[in-house]
Write a protein that binds this ligand. Structure first.
Ligand SMILES: CC(=O)N[C@@H](CCC[C@H](N)C(=O)O)C(=O)O
Length: 383
């Protein structure tokens, strides 16, 4: 059976785009991926499912004369964003969208897998279709479940993320830190609800939350070395039920970003300090929940990334771009802290940013990505 053509890859991508699912709920996505994989030449393929991570799929290809096992990972989840692209193949799942391009990631992975299913590689290969990149730490969950043991452990691991700022099909990468590490933030403020007309008898958590949100803005501007930088974004805030009831509870969710663990821990601490200050000044109970650990900075292995960049730079068919570190997070950072490897960007050229309701990656990037990756993997196996 031949490798997937560009036309079939685009059909697959459009189908995946219509069935986006949130972290750990990628049931239709996973079933569709399994169906596509079942259509490949199975001679050297082995498919493994993981009982405790049921939407994940692992595929192993046995090499003809293996010197090592090369790993390739794609994420498969989507975001709670209502699509506004107006595309004929827009999301059919209300309020959920592939707004981070994981439909492109999965399609590229299927293209590379179909190529090596049709052309047996010399090295062994592991393809990991990973749930829960946007939240829930899918990479860490899988690693801790022991899925990368024995013949399922890659010696080196590769993965990509799409990038609307790069030309379609371009490959972007850098030595060292590619992406930030993140801390997921959950803040709860508990006061006392009451009648809108009697604020003296209540303890208004809308006001306390507003003060907290404003003070948080001073952490990056006043406590962080501007040369190093960092980010706190509070992306969600919920409080109250109706205009004339004082809210006794507020909930805020956000994310902290830094390029080193030291920076992330420093920002985490400053956020806790602000939470304690707000608790005292508003006589409220403020719980600052910080989930740190799954989204480590993405550190590209120096030796492997040097090879990767050299291949991409010297291949006349690849438009290679040396990139700066980005404040996006990725739980592939956790996997790269356990298994050496390289993460890189695939340009998808769009005016809309990642996580935007109008993200519309250029589909020409898919075939270009498949060609660049199969070419690199083949060259790596010849070393
Ligand atoms: C590439 C990308 O957009 N990744 C996500 C990863 C989320 C990390 C974590 N759940 C958090 O929210 O901190 C990103 O938002 O950068």
């Amino acid at each position: 059976m031949a490798a997937l053509t560009e036309e079939s890859l685009i059909k697959i991508r459009r189908h995946l785009h219509q069935i986006p699912e949130l972290a750990l709920k990628e049931i239709q996505t996973s079933a569709y991926l399994e169906k596509v994989i079942a259509g490949f030449d199975q001679t050297h393929l082995q498919v493994k499912k993981i009982a405790d991570l049921p939407t994940a799929i692992m595929v192993r290809i046995a090499g003809s004369a293996p010197k090592r096992t090369l790993g390739y990972r794609t994420d498969i989840d989507a975001l709670p964003v209502t699509e506004a692209t107006g595309l004929p193949f827009a999301s059919k799942h209300p309020g959920v969208m592939h707004a981070c391009g994981h439909d492109i990631h999965m399609t590229v992975a299927l293209g590379v897998l179909s190529y090596f299913a049709a052309h047996q590689p010399t090295d062994n290969m592991i393809f990991f279709f990973q749930p829960a990149e946007e939240s829930e730490n899918g990479g860490k969950l899988a690693y801790e479940l022991g899925v990368f043991k024995d013949q399922w452990r890659p010696d080196e691991f590769y993965g990509l993320h799409d990038n609307p700022d790069l030309p379609a099909g371009a490959i972007g990468c850098r030595m060292g830190t590619l992406f930030a590490g993140t801390t997921e933030v959950n803040i709860d403020l508990e006061g006392k609800g009451g009648h809108a007309a009697y604020p003296q008898d209540a303890n208004d958590m809308v006001v306390a939350a507003a003060a907290l949100i404003e003070q948080v803005q001073t952490i990056i501007s006043r406590s962080i070395d501007p040369i190093e930088g960092g980010v706190i974004t509070l992306g969600k805030m919920e409080a109250g039920t109706i205009r004339n009831v004082i809210a006794g509870h507020a909930h805020i969710e956000g994310t902290i970003r830094g390029l080193t663990q030291v920076m992330i821990q420093h920002i985490d601490q400053r956020l806790k300090d602000v939470g304690e200050g707000i608790a005292r000044s508003f006589n409220a109970k403020v719980t600052v929940g910080l989930n740190q650990g799954g989204y480590l900075p993405v550190e590209n292995n120096l030796a492997l990334t040097k090879r990767f960049i050299a291949y991409m730079k010297h291949n006349p068919d690849v438009n290679f771009v040396e990139t700066e570190p980005a404040m996006t997070g990725e739980d592939f950072g956790y996997l790269l802290s356990k298994i050496p490897g390289t993460m890189f960007w695939l340009g998808v050229e769009d005016d809309s940013q990642l996580h935007s309701a109008t993200l519309n990656p250029k589909e020409a990037s898919i075939e270009a990505g498949v060609q660049a990756i199969t070419g690199f993997m083949t060259a790596r196996m010849a070393e």
